[in-house]
Design a protein around this ligand. Structure first.
Ligand code: GDD
Ligand code: MN
Length: 397
């Protein structure tokens, strides 16, 4: 098969034996295109049927601009990566990053941005929900007004959420309210996943980014070392072209994690915040089961306590497995060992809790404070030890 000129190796290089000289490398044209001015970063997770229409539209919208596109695929199971790799072989504008055993819209975008040398970066969804035809205007605004970011907004004057459902709209509004607190900016659409930024601004900010979850724009604003110079360009959110949305109920958790990360800082790990929320929920379960067993089923108090304790620990184990350690959940036989080790860890935690609380109480610390300190100590213990024992990091991840 004849190679495209841009991909041909210079004839001096004979693979394996001769290492190419420095001049050879520097004079070898990697691609026949001008160096890109704009890199469009596209995170993908099962978007195969959207790739070709997206590329066609980008080509049309960006005529006259030197651009490249960096797809960041998280091990899609529908053949997206295979298609992207084929396109990369024939289209010099297309570049692909593949990640395996990793997930996350934000971190995918960050890695895409890190991989390009273009001075301007755009982030856009693969599913054609964002209106690519406004990209040139966004780029021009960024340049002419010397801004850091230009955001495609569904809410500023002239923009529209199109067919966004009522529930989504409400969630979006609530998120917007909370986000003001951490973004320190009056963004009309801080949840937008469509924006253009200057690479120099990204470089200034990248080391402070949380990279958690899917709110990359909010993360950029919240992590910038100085007030962000930004503008908004309205657009109409279109219906998804093909496939389905990846953002389910768990993204709310992602959002809580990002908020916690930005409000509490790195000294309180976001995972611990989730673990504690699960723990609080476990307390409610414990009390409900205790009431049911003791008051309704008339089980003696000690027996009812045992039932309530095991129910709460089991519920907590499973919630922690799904939420707190959702990036490395236990499965199969590990689930059984996981339950057992979690019971053991929590059992020791409970003993520590009782001992400390009792000691404090004996020293005239008020009962509520003594109880709270005991509970805090056991939750730190439970978190620390179960993260090492129950959800220990396996070699691959
Ligand atoms: N690499 C990678 N990894 N890509 C992902 C992941 C992931 O874990 N999750 C989602 N994506 C990709 C999708 O393939 C798509 O291209 C893009 O990220 C957005 O995902 P959607 O599943 O289409 O999200 P949405 O339409 O529900 O949400 C959009 O609108 C929100 C505002 O309502 C996104 O733009 C959000 O960022 C935005 O907040
Ligand atoms: Mn979408």
């Amino acid at each position: 098969m004849p190679m495209a000129p841009a991909d041909r190796l210079p004839s001096q290089i004979t693979p394996a034996t001769d290492a190419p000289s420095r001049e050879t490398i520097e004079s070898a044209p990697r691609r026949a295109l001008a160096p890109p001015e704009l890199a469009v970063i596209v995170p993908t997770l099962n978007e195969r049927d959207n790739i070709a229409p997206l590329l066609a539209r980008l080509g049309e919208a960006l005529a006259g601009i030197a651009w490249e596109v960096v797809f960041v695929d998280d091990d899609s199971q529908d053949g997206t990566a295979e298609l992207l790799l084929r396109l990369q072989n024939t289209m010099p504008r297309v570049r692909v990053i593949r990640r395996i055993g990793r997930r996350g819209l934000s971190s995918a975008c960050i890695e895409g941005m890190l991989a390009t040398g273009a001075p301007f970066l755009a982030v856009i969804d693969a599913d054609l929900q964002h209106d690519e035809s406004i990209l040139p205007r966004m780029l021009e605004t960024l340049r002419e007004r010397d801004l850091d970011i230009v955001v495609g907004s569904r809410f500023s004057a002239g923009g529209s959420v199109g067919a966004l459902s009522g529930r989504r709209l409400l969630l979006s509004r609530l998120g917007r309210l909370l986000s003001r607190t951490i973004s320190r900016a009056e963004l009309s659409d801080p949840m937008s996943g469509f924006f253009v930024l200057r690479r120099s601004f990204f470089e200034e900010t990248v080391r402070g980014l949380s990279g958690q979850g899917f709110k990359i724009l909010l993360d950029l604003f919240a992590s910038a070392p100085r007030p962000v110079r930004f503008a908004e360009v309205p657009f109409t959110f279109r219906p998804r072209h093909s496939g389905e949305s990846k953002l389910n109920a768990l993204v709310v958790l992602d959002y809580v994690i990002l908020l916690s990360d930005k409000l509490l800082g790195p000294s309180v790990p976001a995972r611990f915040v989730v673990f504690s929320l699960v723990g609080l929920f476990g307390l409610v379960v414990h009390l409900l089961v205790l009431a049911l067993a003791h008051k309704v089923l008339l089980v003696p108090f000690f027996g009812a306590q045992v039932i309530a304790t095991f129910t709460a620990m089991t519920v907590n184990f499973n919630l922690n497995n799904r939420l707190t350690w959702r990036d490395r959940p236990l499965a199969g036989i590990d689930l059984i060992y996981g339950h057992l080790s979690f019971y053991a860890v929590c059992g020791i935690g409970a003993i520590a809790n009782f001992q400390v609380a009792e000691m404090l109480y004996d020293h005239r610390v008020p009962w509520l404070l003594a109880g709270l300190i005991g509970a805090l100590i056991s939750s730190v213990w439970n978190y620390g030890v179960s993260s090492i024992v129950t959800w220990r990091q396996r070699a691959r991840s």
